[in-house]
Design a protein around this ligand. Structure first.
Ligand code: PEP
Ligand code: MG
Length: 689
């Protein structure tokens, strides 16, 4: 529940300010807008509450806001009381009216669309006896099944060992330690999960609620558990994928504190000493993070989705994993031999010995390959016949730049600058942006060379609106005012970003790239602005490129080529716009394949035009790290692949096994295929030959 106060609670306070508002967001106050609201509220000293029906939430508490359940069109009252109340009221009301950056889709923090939701397992499994779930992390594991069940924590029969306050302090220390462990493994994004857990642990509304229960006579352990359960149940019932993940996190934090109070071991259950494959209804992020890879080969769970924190952790830890598996996995006898295939989301119980042998070989090869690739990540990606390919990183922060270097990146091929603009209520200033671009340029300017950084100008609109930029409602935002179109219509915003980038150019090798270009006039207008600002600032000329993500740009690549320094093909959007398939629509799932021959032909046209004019054609969409696509893309003449940071070593290692002389004819054959499936089969056949 939100913090429920009698309606008179605030009205008795004469100095309190309040205003009635209507929630405009399509999906109401869900995770992303709630985070924007909480971050904004925390900037003020005033007490800030939001009333929705009988519920009242502390606006500085994420838990509290989420549990309000305020949907689109809900009437709310914003109440502010304290020394800076006037400013707080104005700014928060404006931010709410502007929509707090909400949409009905939920882009991942890195700007990528979420993976498809788990499909209900209604159809019979493809092979008899094979259980079909949803792939959460790639890889193959072979081993005995082990049922992982959380030990019951019984408040009524177990004696309290530690009081609530010291238990919370201990939980904070454990979480900080997990956070450090993840950072030490260079898993920045995963480390953030445990930072979020600390935030939940310190949530002011949760503490107030627990305190109120203790005052009413409950024991601290009961008060803690009931407050967590109530809130987690409310959050989970809001039926929002991102919110459900938050409920699991909240339960995880609750359990951690309770375990400490009851003196239970930190990781719940003892694993056997020989390696196993974990089967469970659900796992918590803490369980997953604590798995020792020597003992856990992979896991398969009934709950969870591919966007859950558990799936993110599994991918980062390199554990093959399946989520959304059928309930029947829970009835498999303990120690049943199973093959877990995280690539296609299948679990095969009791496989024939020859199948086990084959799977074990594949598993072994995959693990060896990954280890080998990591050891060799500093080597260049040069094919067997001497053709060098630059492997750069898709990045979104200074920390990413440092991480990319460690993983052997030749530069940053796509800096998604949206990260600077999202989750805020006002745009970052020119100076703020300059500091970040400068830090990234400096990070990539190493003693071993000045590695290029391609800065993509702001790509918002579509699935990424900003609360402080007014946009008329659009029927089809992906076909609306997005990317370069939006920036050209807001010259002040665009100028500030371009000035910030140009001012940072002396510190490294910065290049500028425009997203969503569909027309030469857009490129010319943007370039003219850069020329004007370069003169004004007295900075040196920079290389300018465009993203090829709209079919019109690919079809006119020969016209664009003389006017740019490089192309970077955004295959995520190019696939979406070529196949007319919304990239965020999970129902279209696997059909959105960048190896569709129509997309490949556009990539080929772009590469040919670039070559004819002595320019580069790079790839920065997800297709660039698809092992089946890589030979085709390079065979079509792509110069550089910009990929997600963890993929850098394996992409480089794969390229070192290819021969340009072989993959060029293969790419031409792919262009003659009729379907994406045919292209994939062609590459597979070639690999086995
Ligand atoms: C793309 O569209 O392929 C791309 C890299 O851009 P984004 O995913 O950020 O839209
Ligand atoms: Mg794009």
């Amino acid at each position: 529940m939100g913090d429920v106060h009698p309606p008179s609670f605030f009205s008795e306070n004469t100095s309190m300010k309040q205003i009635d508002l209507v929630i405009q967001n399509k999906t109401g106050l869900h995770a992303r807008p709630a985070k924007v609201l909480v971050n904004l509220a925390k900037q003020y000293k005033a007490d800030i509450r939001i009333q929705h029906g009988p519920k009242k939430a502390n606006a500085k508490s994420m838990v509290s806001i989420l549990t309000l359940g305020a949907g689109k069109g809900s009437s709310i009252t914003l109440e502010v009381d304290g020394e800076d109340e006037d400013r707080a009221l104005d700014e928060i009301a404006n931010a709410i009216r502007a929509g707090l950056g909400d949409t009905d889709s939920h882009p991942e923090p890195n700007g990528q669309p979420p993976p498809p939701k788990p499909a209900p397992v209604t159809s019979p499994p493809p092979t008899p006896g094979v259980l079909q779930g949803v792939s959460a992390a790639p890889g193959i594991a072979v081993g005995p099944a082990f049922h992982f069940k959380q030990t019951e924590l019984n408040l009524h029969t177990t004696e309290i060992q530690t009081n609530l306050a010291p238990a919370m302090a201990q939980a904070r220390t454990q979480l900080a330690h997990l956070n450090q462990q993840m950072k030490a493994k260079k898993l920045g994004a995963e480390a953030a999960i445990f930072e979020a857990h600390i935030e939940l642990l310190d949530d002011p509304e949760l503490s107030e609620a627990v305190q109120a229960r203790i005052t009413n006579g409950e024991t601290p352990a009961q008060a803690w558990q009931t407050s967590i359960d109530e809130r987690a149940a409310t959050i989970a019932s809001l039926k929002d994928e991102i919110l459900s993940a938050r409920a699991a996190d909240l339960r995880d934090v609750g359990r951690r504190v309770l375990s400490i109070m009851l003196g239970a071991p930190e990781t719940g259950i003892q694993l056997p000493s020989t390696p196993v494959i974990i089967l469970a209804r659900d796992l918590s992020p803490s369980d997953t993070a604590s798995f020792d890879p020597e003992r856990v080969l992979g896991f398969c769970i009934v709950e969870g989705g591919p966007t859950s924190h558990i799936a993110i952790l599994a991918r980062a830890l390199g554990l093959p994993a399946i989520v959304g598996a059928p309930e029947s996995i829970l009835t498999l006898p303990e120690k049943t031999p199973v093959i877990l295939n995280g690539n296609d989301g299948t679990l095969m119980p009791n496989p024939d010995p020859d199948v086990v042998e084959r799977a074990a070989q594949i598993q072994h090869r995959w693990l060896e390959y990954r280890k080998f690739a990591q050891e060799q990540s500093a080597l260049p990606a040069t094919t067997l016949d001497g053709h060098h390919v630059d492997i750069t990183a898709n990045a979104k922060s200074v920390a990413d730049a440092a991480e990319a270097l460690k993983m052997g990146a030749d530069g940053i091929g796509l800096l998604r600058t949206e990260f600077l603009f999202l989750d805020r209520t006002v745009a970052p200033t020119e100076d703020e942006q300059y500091e970040v671009y400068r830090a990234i340029a400096q990070t990539m300017h190493t003693s071993q060379g000045n590695r290029p950084v391609i800065i993509r100008t702001l790509d918002i609109g579509g699935d990424k609106p900003l609360p402080y930029i007014e946009q008329k409602p659009e029927m089809n935002p992906f076909l609306g005012e997005r990317g370069i179109r939006l920036c050209l219509n807001r010259p002040e915003l665009f100028r500030e970003q371009l000035r910030a980038i140009l001012r940072a150019t002396p510190f490294g090798e910065l290049r500028i790239m425009f997203p969503m270009v569909s027309d030469l006039a857009e490129l010319r207008e943007a370039r003219a602005l850069i020329d004007e600002l370069t003169q004004e600032l007295g900075t040196r000329p920079v290389q300018i490129g465009i993203m090829i993500e709209v079919p019109s740009a690919a079809l006119l690549a020969d016209r664009f080529a003389p006017e740019v320094d490089f192309f970077s093909i955004g295959t995520n959007d190019l696939t979406q716009y070529t196949l007319a398939m919304d990239r965020t629509n999970p129902a279209l799932g696997k059909k959105q394949d960048g190896l569709h021959p129509a997309v490949l032909r556009l990539i080929a046209m772009t590469a040919v035009a670039a070559h004819q004019h002595g320019k580069r054609a790079d790839i920065c969409g997800e297709l660039g790290s698809d092992v089946t696509a890589i030979p085709i893309l390079l065979g079509l003449g792509i110069h550089e692949l910009s990929v997600s940071i963890p993929a850098i070593p394996t992409v480089k290692a794969l390229i070192r096994t290819l021969k340009l002389a072989d993959i060029q004819p293969l790419a031409q054959q792919a262009l003659a295929c009729s379907t994406a499936g045919e292209v994939r089969a062609l590459v597979k056949k070639n690999q086995t030959n």
